[in-house]
Design a protein around this ligand. Structure first.
Ligand code: FDP
Length: 360
């Protein structure tokens, strides 16, 4: 028999090395159609942005002007880091002349950025947090980027992005994050499970490293900035008192959402960024942080809640709206919610007793 007649059976290691992100997207969608090709190309551009940002972060201590603050404030009133600006521009640059994405919105820009030449064919919007956990940048600890892809509805001719304010997080087509840690990892979902890729620097490619990641229903980790304890509402303090008094819990908090969520995705547990008495809406941005991560964690079998509502059901009131976030293993999220429900019930019962004492 000649070589031509023999079936080609690749070495398993070779086959694994060839499972790149763009190939994986097509495999997930079981299609080579136009939409599948578009999504594959979008993911490829996000991967390029991730590689550019990773390259800058790796050498940041050696590059003049890479670290520190710009001296400006962003739309949220937070001090902007030079790396935030660089990473924000990277995402815009990789999508220029792509024909893929008409509109990009990020927490670093007051209004969406439009790429008019893409709009006749690029039906998608990219929502992203270019550098999540920026306070870690200057001290060389892990940071991340978060992204979500949505179908653009209408032409958005007045530039108000009103379609984004009429839909909840279930409208996302894909979401994921990049973790810039000891290795650079890209984790994403297209609504068909959660998959992790590791950047192989020798190839310059993200290669599949874990497929169909599932979150355990319970984990020992609770991840929250306990420095805010006295600023929280009482139910959150009840929960923290509970974990302090019970065996089997361990605290982990890295100060960058992506790193903390990555740990929970692989090991289970719960991450919390609740509202405070002064800021009940909390700190994290719904469109760029909470909703994309909620999509991912739900796809892995977990849950994400504001405490009283599923994150994916929340419709933002503004482009930069914030939401409290309780996210992770199903049972752990439910436990936190149970403290919120208990306090609400107690308040309701007290009010009913007061009402019954007042003579009619
Ligand atoms: P940062 O402000 O450093 O960008 O997105 C906001 C975020 O980081 C998250 O990544 C992180 O989990 C959280 O804020 C940290 O906030 P605290 O310092 O208030 O804990």
């Amino acid at each position: 028999m000649s070589n031509v007649d023999q079936p080609f059976i690749p070495e398993p290691a070779l086959d694994r090395d060839c499972m790149t992100l763009s190939r994986h997207v097509l495999q997930q969608l079981h299609s080579f159609g136009a939409e599948a090709q578009d999504l594959s190309a979008i993911m490829n551009r996000i991967a390029l942005a991730a590689k550019l940002i990773a390259r800058r972060l790796t050498r940041a201590g050696l590059v003049a002007g890479a670290l520190g603050f710009t001296g400006e404030m962003n739309v949220q009133g937070e001090s902007v880091k030079k790396m935030d600006v660089y990473a924000n521009d990277v995402f815009i640059s990789v999508f220029k002349q792509s024909g893929l994405v008409c509109r990009l919105a990020s927490e670093e820009m007051q209004k969406p950025y439009y790429i008019p030449e893409n709009c006749p064919i690029g039906r998608y919007t990219l929502l992203y947090d270019p550098i999540d956990g920026s306070s870690n940048v200057d001290i060389n600890i892990n940071v991340g980027s978060i992204f979500a892809i949505r179908q653009q509805e209408g032409l958005d001719e007045d530039g108000t992005a009103s379609d984004l304010l009429q839909n909840n997080g279930r409208n996302q087509i894909a979401a994921g994050y990049v973790l810039y840690g000891p290795s650079t990892m890209l984790v994403y979902s297209l609504g068909t499970g959660v998959h992790a890729f590791t950047l192989d620097p020798s190839l310059g490619e993200f290669i599949l490293s874990s497929e169909n990641i599932r979150l355990p229903d319970h984990g020992s980790i609770y991840s929250v900035n306990e420095g805010n304890f006295w600023q929280w509402e009482e139910p959150l303090r009840d929960y923290i008192r509970y974990v302090h008094r019970h065996e089997g819990y361990t605290a982990r908090y890295g100060g960058a959402l992506v790193g903390d969520i990555h740990r929970i995705l692989f090991q289970g547990g719960v991450f919390l960024y609740p509202g405070t008495v002064k800021k009940p809406e909390g700190k994290l941005r719904l469109l760029y942080e909470s909703a994309p991560l909620a999509y991912l964690i739900e796809q892995a079998g977990g849950r994400a809640s504001t405490g009283t509502q599923e994150i994916l059901d929340v419709v933002p009131e503004a482009l930069h709206a914030r939401s409290p976030l309780i996210i992770g293993s199903k049972d752990d999220v439910a436990l936190v919610e149970s403290f919120i429900q208990d306090r609400a019930r107690a308040v309701e019962e007290r009010a009913a007793r007061e009402r019954s004492r007042i003579p009619q």
